[in-house]
Design a protein around this ligand. Structure first.
Ligand SMILES: *[C@@H]1O[C@H](CO)[C@@H](O)[C@H](O)[C@H]1NC(C)=O
Length: 719
């Protein structure tokens, strides 16, 4: 055990004062001493940082330490984060509010341990509001702001933390429990009598009177030496009575706003990291489930499906030797015999293309009438064109030729014959794996020709579209609009777009989810996934800052899902949100299952502005659906276009500027014309846009006639 790698602690000082002048900080050296003196050699040198009393700053630093995607910790996350400061009742004390959303699993026991130790020292313990819990593989604990209070609290729990840290980091708990609680207590250096880890250290090296049990005379350690002023209010020294009687699911989690709190409690700026477009698309493709394979009939309903395997011809085309002309099947004599084909021959039989059986074999000295595409009689080895013959005699009824004279002697063996398999060989790959069955007819035709009746394809996703918000009014509403009501254009618009892609098994109209009651969105999403068995739901509205964003809290709090991103650095479409939620596996008819019978279902939260919604649907939902359909997920095709009129770029964001792309009749090149004002709420500019000009993030303009990249979201029509 002693040779185990050291645990990594980190100290975050939350203090406006210390952030402005780090030399005023006293906590870091004191807490470092606690780790080295009381840590039983289990802790490495702590990382530390000082931040202002700012929710986002606190979260940024803590996430840097706890989230493995971050490299601030030089590989490997921190095992224990302790914050100090901001746990009191002053106006700018909100460390617990910053930490709580980060906590995945709460640890009221640690809070209780710290409090009960502190209560033995001072009743001011109740004047602090600590929280503790686990985020990913790290434990986070908020200590009070006074160096002394922080020290005592940390000492109270530190010895018990290595075990918890190892568990949080993923150690097999059964292995750790071999030997039972007694062994753990022994390792931690505590006994059962010192309840709840209340073993205030009897450290010899560090300052302060020994805070042994029953230190009743330390009655105001906690409020007299607070170094990190929060602008009044005081009382940061002690601890609080925790809200320990709520269940974890009732508590705020993760980063989303708690919709039960009022608008003033919401974040002023989004706590979600800002991704660029390509990173956002990568996140989508990483999280979108891969499609499962199913067998479908070859029919026009196969449009849009992607072949899951190489599809090989079941029959050769043609399946038999066929004539490519109208004429007479003949037996061309072997060259060596120097016999002539020229002359008069009796006509033995007739072979029609529509014949259901092969004609009888041809005898030497006979010929057989044959039509284009008809099977050659056995023994025949060439066809002489009707033009190279004349009728010699007719049958007694005068309706058919009895004998025919062949006028040419230049016919060679194999002439005018199409060999079996000369169009498509038996077993030849006719539709390669990954090919999407187009609406142009070619793939279906070749499959039918080669005798393929069913094909393995990737299952198409089932998708739903929902609008959100109290102001959104269905198009079917007959009354006049009043107040802030707006017609819901996004839903019909997105339903149309999705259907037009032909990559969804179903495109379901999920209606409007009102903001009130709050649970309507949750219920609609549950229904979407369970009842309608949808793989993906696209919502619009309610994701911008300043709007009531119910989506993220519903995903994180009610559905146990994960928000992969909540902001994208683009214009329009910045608040675009992408999340996944686990759904218990259904009867097995649904998409790919992750481990444990759980399936991943996806949610896109697109902005409510109609133009933003369509742009982001093309940029993010399209590659996702392509991926789920078995395509690479490359999104709309990218082309170079010549820009007509100059267009201003945005120096802060990549801009997707709606354009009409057409072909210049003079040189056949693609030209892009702006469709007018680009304000993101403007619906009109969408009407004729078949392309999105990708304006690079920079100062200045793309000049008239300049070449720029565009995404083709529709067809290029003629000129
Ligand atoms: C997006 O951001 C990542 C860093 O997260 C960077 O590596 C990449 O080059 C960026 N892509 C674009 C297109 O700006």
């Amino acid at each position: 055990m002693s040779s185990a790698p050291l645990l990594r602690p980190a100290i975050l000082v939350v203090s406006d004062t210390a952030a402005a002048d780090p030399s005023t900080d006293k906590s870091i050296p004191i807490l470092k001493d606690v780790f080295s003196d009381d840590g039983a050699g289990k802790w490495s040198e702590p990382l530390f940082e000082i931040v202002k009393d700012d929710v986002l700053e606190i979260q940024r630093v803590v996430r840097g330490w706890t989230d493995s995607e971050n490299e601030a910790t030089n590989g490997g996350v921190v095992n224990l984060v302790v914050t100090t400061g901001g746990t009191g009742f002053a106006r700018r004390d909100f460390t617990p509010e910053a930490i709580t959303p980060l906590i995945h699993r709460h640890a009221p026991g640690i809070v209780h341990g710290m409090l009960s130790a502190s209560f033995q020292i001072t009743p001011f313990a109740m004047m602090s509001r600590p929280v503790a819990g686990v985020r990913y593989k790290s434990i986070i604990i908020t200590l009070p702001g006074s160096p002394k209070g922080a020290k005592e609290n940390l000492q109270a729990v530190l010895k018990l933390l290595p075990h918890a840290c190892l568990q949080a980091a993923g150690q097999d708990s059964r292995a750790a429990h071999v030997g039972g609680v007694k062994k753990l207590e022994k390792e931690a250096g505590v006994g059962p009598s010192t309840s709840g880890g209340a073993t205030p250290a009897t450290s010899s090296a560090t300052a302060g009177p020994p805070a042994t049990t029953g230190g009743h005379d330390h009655n105001h350690h906690h409020n007299h030496d607070h170094d990190h002023s929060h602008g009044g209010g005081g009382g940061h020294g002690g601890h609080k009575i925790p809200k320990a009687h709520t269940t974890p699911s009732e508590r705020p989690q993760l980063q989303s706003n708690d919709p039960r709190l009022g608008a003033t409690a919401r974040y002023r700026s989004s706590p979600y990291p800002m991704l660029n477009v390509s990173d956002a698309v990568s996140k989508i493709l990483e999280n979108a489930p891969s499609p499962i394979v199913e067998i479908r009939d070859v029919s026009p309903d196969l449009i849009g499906y992607v072949a899951a395997e190489d599809i090989k011809a079941a029959e050769a085309v043609p399946a038999y030797r066929a004539s490519i002309v109208d004429g007479y099947a003949v037996i061309v004599p072997d060259k060596a015999t120097s016999q002539s084909i020229k002359g008069v021959f009796p006509v033995a039989s007739v072979s029609h293309a529509q014949a259901s059986s092969l004609p009888p074999p041809l005898q030497k000295g006979q010929i057989a009438r044959i039509t284009t595409g008809a099977p050659l009689p056995a023994n025949a080895n060439a066809v002489v064109m009707v033009e190279d013959t004349v009728i010699s005699t007719l049958t007694p009824d005068g309706k058919e030729e009895a004998s025919v004279e062949i006028l040419t002697d230049e016919l060679v063996e194999g002439e005018n014959i199409r060999e079996p398999g000369s169009d498509i060989q038996l077993g030849q790959v006719i539709v390669a794996k990954g090919t999407q069955i187009s609406a142009l007819g070619g793939e279906i035709g070749v499959l039918a020709a080669a005798g393929i009746k069913t094909v393995p394809v990737h299952r198409k996703p089932r998708v739903g579209v929902m609008s959100t918000g109290d102001e959104v009014t269905d198009v079917t509403y007959d009354g006049a609009l009043s107040g802030g009501m707006i017609r819901d254009s996004n839903r019909p618009s997105l339903l149309t777009l999705l259907r037009g892609w032909r990559m969804c098994e179903a495109v379901v109209d999920l209606g409007v989810a009102r903001d009130t009651p709050h649970h309507e969105l949750e219920h609609k999403l549950r229904d979407a996934f369970r009842l309608h068995e949808l793989d993906l739901v696209v919502t619009t509205g309610g994701v911008s800052m300043g709007e009531l964003d119910l989506l993220k809290p519903t995903v994180e709090r009610a559905l146990g899902g994960h928000v992969h991103f909540g902001r994208v650095n683009m214009k329009p479409g910045k608040p675009t949100t992408f999340a996944s939620v686990p759904v218990k596996g259904s009867s097995g008819t649904s998409t790919s299952t992750s481990s444990g019978g759980r399936e991943t279902r996806l949610i896109f939260g697109l902005p409510g502005n109609p133009a933003s919604a369509l742009v982001t649907a093309n940029l993010f939902v399209l590659p996702c659906i392509q991926h789920m359909t078995g395509l690479p997920g490359e999104g709309a095709p990218r082309v170079k276009v010549r820009v007509q009129g100059r267009v201003r770029c945005d120096k802060a964001r990549v801009e997707y500027h709606r354009v009409l792309v057409s072909v210049d009749p003079d040189d056949g090149k693609l030209v892009a014309r702006s469709t007018g004002m680009q304000r993101s709420s403007r619906v009109g500019s969408l009407a004729s846009a078949n392309g999105l000009l990708v304006l690079p993030q920079r100062e200045g303009y793309v000049e008239d006639g300049g070449v720029c990249e565009a995404l083709m979201v529709g067809m290029v029509l003629g000129y």
